[in-house]
Design a protein around this ligand. Sequence first.
Ligand code: AMP
Length: 237
Amino acid sequence: MRLVFLGPPGGGKGTQAEILAEKRQLPAISTGQILREAAQSEILGPVVRRTIDEGNLVPDNLMIRIVEDRLRRPDCRRGFILDGFPRTVAQADELGRLLDRMGLKLDGVILLKVEEEQLVKRLAERRVCSRCGATYHLTSRPPERPGLCDRCGGALKQRDDDREEVVRERFRTYREKTLPLVDYYAARGLLHPIDGDQPIDQVARAIEEALAHLDGPSQAPDGHQGPSPREAAAGQG
Ligand code: AMP
């Protein structure tokens, strides 16, 4: 299964992508996490860090190279969940071309819908593991031991770009650059809008329900599959 998770910053993409990835044994690929790691490097680091800290987007050509490199790794053969990519129409076009070259198709796009004020509140309480990147929330998803990651024991910290003024800038960027992807994927019959303003397990259930029609015998382990009935009906197979 090949999926994209779309939605505003702090809308729960990362959390839900991780939950689904674990259930389906698929890699969840967070471009934000890849970039935060790249921000530590000497060459790309300063530019990437500044872009993230200002709430802007990293240039499309760099992003598509990063994603192509990642999708060609063997663990993506059975499928993948993209969290935070594409974020612009140019990235979506490039992703479509890349998948065409690989003989693959996207199965669906999950859109998590959450209002801006709710996001600012959520991100103020978000914490991430400084070692493995796992995400927590002080109220809705607290770690078992305060300040420490359940998965690897790393120290939890607040992301610099989760400060309110940066969050508002990220939301502006989302509205301007990423929101057009809602129509883009709806027009291709791939969009599944989900109310993201619910408890985590209810959102996870809604996602499973939206994806139920994709579970079928058509997923071959070599990554090639015929068109789903929906794609065939829409003439997209
Ligand atoms: P995220 O963890 O998905 O909220 O991403 C954190 C930051 O990384 C974003 O605010 C952007 O600056 C950058 N970023 C992540 N994914 C992309 C992308 N697909 N295109 C451009 N910039 C991105």
